[in-house]
Write a protein that binds this ligand. Structure first.
Ligand SMILES: [Zn+2]
Length: 158
């Protein structure tokens, strides 16, 4: 656990990973959505790349820029992210989003399972949408793009 936290325990790191599950891939999009200082974002992304959680590739749409995407090891953090969302929703404040099994639209239970299909869907088979009645306090491009239901890991364009 100590060595896992060396990779993901610093402030912002898991929020960056969560946004990557939402399909965020560009530096500017992470920056405006998380409202994080650029130097800190750069530092955290570099750490995630060093630890093999995120991979950086050239952005075909913007010369000189990059895309940041989860590796297989990064995608394996989904149960960690989901467990934190569930815990935070229970003990801190209600979550802004809900998570459904894409093929049957059943809400995932606290263990991340679809009780209807008796499986634990992988992130690419999960759809996230705003919780009914939730009013976002932000209006950045990523928040706007996340207004519609989305499949996790589907690249988000702003
Ligand atoms: Zn299902």
């Amino acid at each position: 656990m100590a060595s896992a936290l060396e990779a993901i325990g610093e402030r912002w790191t898991l929020l960056i990973v969560r946004d990557a599950f939402y399909g965020v891939r560009r530096f500017n999009d992470f920056q405006v959505h998380l409202d994080i200082p650029k130097a800190v974002l750069s530092d955290r992304l570099n750490g995630l790349i060093e630890d093999g959680i995120i991979v950086r590739t050239p952005d075909p749409a913007h010369a000189g820029r990059h895309l940041y995407e989860l590796t297989d090891s990064g995608r394996e953090l989904w149960p960690v992210i989901h467990a934190l969302l569930v815990w935070g929703g229970k003990h801190r404040k209600p979550n802004s989003r809900v998570y459904r099994h894409a093929s049957c639209a059943t809400l995932l239970n606290a263990a991340g399972e679809c009780a209807e299909c008796h499986i634990t869907p992988p992130p690419q088979d999960i759809v996230t949408e705003r919780r009914r009645g939730y009013r976002p306090t932000r209006d950045d491009a990523v928040t706007v793009a996340l207004k519609a239901p989305r499949r996790l890991l589907e690249p988000l364009e702003t």
